[in-house]
Design a protein around this ligand. Structure first.
Ligand code: GDP
Ligand code: IMO
Ligand code: MG
Length: 442
C-alpha cells in the first residue's frame, strides 16, 4: 500500500496543484479532503493552464479515480461549471466520486460570508474568499448543515432547506439588514444540481479503504495551508477547516496508520492572501519584485499576494504539526537574480530569541525576524532537470532550508509546468516490475 498526504505548509498557494498533478502520475486515486472552492490549484501541462477549485488535481489523467471526500464543502454550481469547463477543453478526465457525507454550500452561506465580512471593522476583517466556506462549516458544527446524502433525498432536503431558509432569513432581516433568500428558488436550483451529483455520489471512505487494502496508491491533496488551519493557524485569520495532515484522516475516512508519507509543499519564500500577521513580509520594492516575478496574484480572487522571505520557524512548526516526511520546495526559479537571499531562523520577542511559533497574535505581531543571509544565483534554473544542474548557491540554499526544517527534500519545482520538476527522492518508487509503486517511510 502507498498513501501520501500532500499539504500546504505555509499560508496556502504553495503550488499544491502542480505537485499533486506531478505525483498523481503514479497514484491510482487522488482525494481532496477539506476546504472547498476557496482553493485555487493551478496545473500547467505543456502550454495548457488549468485552475481547479473543487475537483482534485488528478482529474487530468483519464485513468485515475478522483474523490471529493466527506471533509470538503461543495458548491454544486462550481462543480457543474468546473466539470463543464474541462469537457469544453476536450480533456479526457478521470472518474469523479463525491462523498455522500460532504456538506453542501447553499446560497445563504455565501451571503452570510459576505455580510459577516462587511459588518466587521477593517482590522477585524478576515479577508475571506466570500465563497461561503466558513458559514457552511459553522452549520456543519451546529448540526443544521445539508449533506450530499440529504440533498439526494427529496423529503429530507425540503425539510432541511425550509428550516435553514427560515433561520437565515431571520438573521438577514433582523441582524444583517440584508435581503432575504427564497425557498422555492433554491429548492428548484438545487434539485437540478442533485441530478448531476447523483451520478457521482458514493461512500468515499469505502472506496478509499478498499483501494488501500488492495495495495493501490492513494494521494491525498490538501487545500489551503497549515497556517490557515482552524486549530494551528493564525486564528482568527484562518479558514474553517483542517488543512493539516490530520485533516486527511478526518476528511476522507482513513486511519492514521494508513498514511505512509506526508509531503509539505513550501514555496522557496513566503506568501499570504487575506489579513493577519506575517513576520517576514517585505513591504518594500523587493516584496513587489517577488510578487511580479512569481506572478503572485490569487488564483481564486485575483488579489495580490503579500510576499516575504522563507520563514524556517513556520516550516519547523509545520513539519511537526503535520509529521512531514518530505518537503517539496516550489518556485525556486522566482528567486533567480537576487544578489542575496534571507532565511528567517528565529524571532526576537521582547528582546529574547525564540524559535517557536507563538499562539498569541499580539505576540506574533511583535516578533522581529532574525535572518541568516545566503548568496543568490544569477543563472536561469527553469530548465534544470536534476539537482546537479542547479548552481551551487541554489543547492546551498535548498540544503540550508532542509537542515533548518529537519526534513529531507523530495522534490524541487523550477517552473509552473509539469516538466519543470526535479525529483530528489522518489515518493512512489518502483519495485522492479514497472507497475507496482511503493512508498515506505523513507
Ligand atoms: P496551490 O493553491 O498551492 O495549488 O497554488 P496556486 O496554484 O494557487 O499558486 C501557485 C502558482 O505558482 C500557480 O500560478 C502555479 O502555476 C505557479 N507555480 C507552481 N510551481 C511553480 C514554480 O516552481 N515556479 C513558478 N515560477 N511558478 C510555479
Ligand atoms: P489554496 O488551496 C490562500 C484564505 C483567505 C482568507 C482565509 C479565510 O489555493 O492554497 P475562507 O474563504 O477560507 O473562509 O478565507 O483563508 N484562503 C486561502 N489563502 N490559498 C488558499 O487556498 C486559500 N483559501 C482560503 O484569503 O485569508
Ligand atoms: Mg491556490
Amino acid at each position: 500500500m502507498s498513501t501520501v498526504v500532500l499539504i500546504g505548509s505555509q499560508w496556502g498557494d504553495e503550488g499544491k496543484g502542480k505537485v499533486t498533478d506531478f505525483l498523481a502520475e503514479k497514484a491510482d486515486l487522488v482525494v481532496r479532503f477539506q476546504g472547498g472552492n476557496n482553493a485555487g490549484h493551478t496545473v500547467v501541462v505543456d502550454d495548457k493552464e488549468f485552475k481547479l477549485h473543487l475537483i482534485p488535481s488528478g482529474i487530468l489523467y483519464s485513468d485515475k479515480l478522483c474523490i471529493i471526500g466527506n471533509g470538503v464543502v461543495i458548491d454544486p454550481a462550481v462543480l457543474k461549471a468546473e466539470l463543464q469547463s474541462l469537457i469544453d477543453r476536450d480533456v479526457k478526465i478521470a472518474k469523479l466520486l463525491i462523498d455522500k457525507r460532504a456538506h453542501v454550500i447553499m446560497p445563504y452561506h455565501r451571503l452570510v460570508d459576505e455580510a459577516e465580512e462587511n459588518s466587521k471593522e477593517d482590522d477585524k476583517k478576515i479577508g475571506t474568499t466570500k465563497r461561503g466556506i466558513g458559514p457552511t462549516y459553522a452549520d456543519k458544527s451546529s448540526r443544521v448543515g445539508i449533506r450530499v446524502a440529504d440533498l439526494l433525498d427529496e423529503e429530507e432536503f425540503a425539510e432541511a432547506l425550509k428550516y435553514n431558509v427560515d433561520a437565515k432569513n431571520k438573521l438577514f432581516e433582523n441582524y444583517y439588514q440584508a435581503p432575504t433568500v427564497n425557498y422555492e428558488q433554491i429548492y428548484q436550483e438545487y434539485s437540478e444540481f442533485a441530478e448531476l451529483i447523483k451520478k457521482h455520489a458514493a461512500d468515499g471512505h469505502e472506496v478509499i479503504n478498499d483501494a488501500i487494502e488492495n495495495g493501490q496508491n492513494v494521494l491525498f491533496e490538501g487545500a489551503q495551508g497549515t497556517l490557515l488551519d482552524l486549530d494551528f493557524g493564525t486564528y482568527p485569520f484562518v479558514t474553517s477547516s483542517h488543512p493539516i495532515a490530520a485533516g486527511a484522516c478526518l476528511g476522507a475516512g482513513v486511519g492514521p496508520t494508513s498514511i505512509n508519507n506526508v509531503i509539505g509543499v513550501a514555496k522557496a519564500y513566503t506568501t499570504r492572501v487575506g489579513e493577519g500577521p506575517f513576520p517576514t513580509e517585505l513591504h518594500d520594492e523587493l516584496g513587489a519584485k517577488i510578487r511580479q516575478q512569481g506572478a503572485e496574484f490569487g488564483t481564486t480572487t485575483g488579489r495580490p499576494r503579500r510576499c516575504g522571505w522563507f520563514d524556517a520557524v513556520i516550516l519547523r512548526f509545520s513539519a511537526r504539526i503535520n509529521g512531514l516526511s518530505h518537503l517539496a520546495i516550489t518556485k525556486l526559479d522566482v528567486l533567480t537574480g537576487l544578489p542575496e537571499i534571507k532565511i528567517c531562523t528565529g524571532y526576537r520577542l521582547n528582546g529574547e530569541l525564540i524559535k517557536t511559533f507563538p499562539a498569541s497574535l499580539k505576540e506574533l505581531a511583535k516578533c522581529e525576524p532574525v535572518y541568516e543571509t545566503l548568496p543568490g544565483w544569477q543563472e536561469d534554473i527553469s530548465k534544470a532537470q536534476s539537482i546537479d544542474e542547479l548552481p551551487q548557491n541554489a543547492r546551498n540554499y535548498l540544503n540550508r532550508l532542509s537542515e533548518l526544517v529537519k526534513v529531507p527534500i523530495a522534490l524541487v519545482s523550477v517552473g509552473p509546468k509539469r516538466s519543470q520538476t526535479i525529483v530528489t527522492k522518489d515518493i512512489f518508487y518502483n519495485d522492479g516490475d514497472g507497475k507496482t509503486w511503493h512508498t515506505p517511510r523513507l
